[in-house]
Write a protein that binds this ligand. Structure first.
Ligand code: ATP
Length: 296
């Protein structure tokens, strides 16, 4: 018995150098973090939280934030919110051009290589699940053979998120959203191209049109404005529902190993309590998952 065990041990010792040399031949894969979630759930915030803990840079994967302009409408992070973390693919495309999946794969791959080249961790934050899916699963690019990916999903219960996005639209209006869209309004615009597809642009068409018409009174105009704002709220929530369905599909049908972080309780609080709940329930688990991913 002892003899047999010795023989087995000897045999496995003999194999060891071969296995080690095989391991040495395999190139080490670089690590990439992807932060997903419905609009308003806090993807950008968590991405910056992680990027301030590690040497990291953020790559935007929101298909509207890639365009120049409409910073309020598309909800781009302000300089203050970026906390000094470099952000890529924000405002890089002509607002009248179409920035598609191929453009995203090309530009985000360049950004990933440059971030990795600086010894930093790329964090892809977004947004557009079709962009993320194409980048990760595109056969030509073979992302998974080059990179190890850690997926985080910031999730918020839908009724709570609905209230939040509705209030966010009111805050956007207070911050100058209508003025921002008015500046780029052209009669008979093509709303199926470039940045004009963004939620918050086509919805104001009837209202801006009414401003050109002398036969429409002020009361009707303010009703049109109110209904445009309401439509933005409805469309934003519909976008959140679609994005959520896509994340479920990537996890349940395609088998992506996505770590879900429930941020609902942080959204149910206000002020300091909300910050504390975010730190405890979102930031801390996010750091723990990324820490484990980086060190394994
Ligand atoms: P799809 O394949 O349906 O375009 P996707 O996951 O690639 O889905 P989404 O990010 O869900 O892309 O965007 C779908 C649509 O939602 C956009 O075409 C745009 O109209 C709107 N949208 C997305 N992000 C924003 C944003 N930041 N601001 C305003 N509108 C947005």
């Amino acid at each position: 018995m002892t003899m047999m065990m010795c023989k087995q041990a000897h045999a496995s010792l003999l194999q060891l150098p071969i296995k080690l040399s095989l391991l040495r031949c395999q190139p080490q894969k670089e690590k990439v973090v992807v932060v997903m979630g419905a609009t308003g759930a806090g993807k950008s915030k968590l991405s910056v939280d992680i990027a301030t803990r590690y040497p990291a840079e953020v790559i935007n994967a929101d298909k509207m934030q890639v365009y120049q302009g409409l910073d309020i409408v598309t909800n781009k992070n302000t300089d203050h919110e970026c906390l000094g973390v470099p952000h890529h693919l924000i405002g890089i495309a002509d607002p009248d051009a179409d920035f598609g999946v191929d453009d995203f794969i090309r530009t985000s791959s360049i950004a990933i290589k440059s971030i990795v080249g600086k010894g930093k961790l790329p964090i892809i934050a977004g947004g557009s699940n079709s962009f993320i899916e194409a980048l990760i699963d595109d056969r030509n690019y073979e992302f998974r053979s080059q990179y190890d990916v850690c997926f985080l999903w910031v999730d918020v219960a839908m009724p709570v998120l609905n209230r939040f996005v509705s209030d966010r639209v009111d805050r956007m209006v207070a911050a100058g959203m209508v003025e921002e869209v008015r500046k780029m309004y052209k009669p008979n615009s093509n709303y199926s191209k470039g940045i004009r597809r963004a939620i918050g642009v086509p919805e104001f068409d009837s209202f801006f049109r009414s401003e050109y018409s002398s036969s429409i009174d002020d009361e009707t105009r303010s009703r049109l404005l109110e209904s445009a704002i309401n439509e933005v709220k409805i469309n934003t929530f519909a976008l959140a529902c679609r994005q959520l369905k896509k994340i479920h599909r990537l996890r349940d049908v395609k088998g992506w190993k996505i770590h879900r972080i429930d941020a609902t309780k942080a959204f149910e609080q206000r002020g300091k309590l909300a910050d504390e709940a975010w730190s405890e329930l979102v930031k801390a688990p996010g750091h723990a998952i990324v820490n484990e991913f980086i060190h394994n």
